[in-house]
Design a protein around this ligand. Sequence first.
Ligand SMILES: Cc1cc2nc3c(=O)[nH]c(=O)nc-3n(C[C@H](O)[C@H](O)[C@H](O)COP(=O)(O)O)c2cc1C
Ligand SMILES: [Mn+2]
Length: 500
Amino acid sequence: MMSLLGSALDLRTFLDELRRRNDLVDVAVEVDAELEVAAICRRVYEERLPAPLFGSIKHSMPGARVLGAPAGMIAKKGEEYSRLALHFGLAASSGPREIIDAIRGAMKGAPIEPKRLSTGPVKENVWRDDNVDLRRFPVPLLHEEDGGRYIGTYGFHVVHSPDGEWHSWSIGRVMMVDRNKVAGPTISTQHIGMIRQMWEKEGKATPWAFVLGGPPAAVAVAGMPLPAHVSEPGYVGALLGEAVDVVKCETNDLWVPANAEIVLEGEISMTEQALEGPMGEYHGYQHRQGRPQPVFQVNAVTFRNKPILPICVAGLPPEENHTIWGTMISAQIREDLESAGLPIDMAWCPYEAATCWAVISVDTAGLANMNTNAKDFADRVADVFFRSHAGYLIPKLLIVGNDVDITDVDAVVWALATRSHPKHDHFAYPDLPGFPMVPYLNSDDIARGSGGNVIINCLFPEQFKGEIRAGTASFEHSYPEALKRQVLENWTRYGFVERQ
Ligand SMILES: Cc1cc2nc3c(=O)[nH]c(=O)nc-3n(C[C@H](O)[C@H](O)[C@H](O)COP(=O)(O)O)c2cc1C
Ligand SMILES: [Mn+2]
């Protein structure tokens, strides 16, 4: 499927494919980057509509465009995950299992390093020094109470360790502060924060670039909590079986995708900070106050003709913090738990829970062999999960038997409601590490970097012995096969219409 691989490697090919599927709306009417673009995107996410490509934006440089909901969900039954799947060149019918399996496939193979080219489309336009003016791009105000305009909500940071061994691509938000400055968090447990500390130990500012409109698969992997010292660029190559084409920055030694839409180049200041935020966030809340964050000095900008700025308008699910981040986390935690020898056959972060829940599916036959119980098993899982770079991002972990399809949120709610005992199945881990952005944490938790973690066991005690307490009363489980077949065959004769 050459055409679908092309979509994973190149944003414009990706958009052509969406257009062909009627999953893209070319918005020709002039729109305002101040709130109007974002309000349209929010409605698109919430109604699961085709992605909007805004071609005419007030006050912006002519020709510059904005892409909304790049990995939004789709209403059409059977193709709900198709825009996400296309990031990896996967078929439109792909569901969570196919997507997670494809992402994990790359963990078995060797990395495929990027191919270094002398030039590429991203060099069509070059601004340096005094010519740098980010305000000429259609930088959107995303929510009425945001502290500023965000140029980076679906772009990734590019940094490398001082020894040049570790090349890190990671999604992180950046707000426009001035014509040549942006600001955003570099959390110390995220890889950009770790690499920044390595440079500062040597007394140097961190060389930095920021990629907007890179290959869709590269953006997704930049949102994946791979372990420290694993280079995302090589992982993208392994995932696609093809190297990503890169070109060298104009003003530093970093390499960026050759077909990116827009690249900012510069460094992370060691001293300068700016007030950043608030911004409506992935958990669905709009905080009221911004915070000082490091300034990223922009010394050069390169961009394609008619550049496309992709955005994520964070807030209630489903947006890319759930569809991309949640999915990439799921793939990594499944790998981490399996390689720790735990009998896990699937992991999933239900988008509805705003990347604050992970659910793992336990192979109950394997569990029975462990001769364990809810408390001991939860402790073992917690020790692996909350200490891992991926698991620490998620504060609430649900353990469910593999008689339940954990990618079906209705089934997960049912298991949670009916199987977890209030006294015997809830286990808090207040001392294991956790992500500071979780909304219910208090200031003590945030200062300590822990406090909000819980595991909820949704397995009946019998399931630890490979037995089941009770059957399931449903169409699938309560009738003989022959009768079910007969009912389905006669469905329209009874007077029902086939469901679309
Ligand atoms: C749309 C989107 C926005 C994100 N914004 C941030 C952010 O602002 N700060 C952050 O620390 N992580 C953010 N993330 C999550 C990180 O990209 C993710 O944890 C990734 O693993 C970080 O890379 P690293 O593991 O190499 O540190 C975002 C993810 C997505 C998909
Ligand atoms: Mn990383």
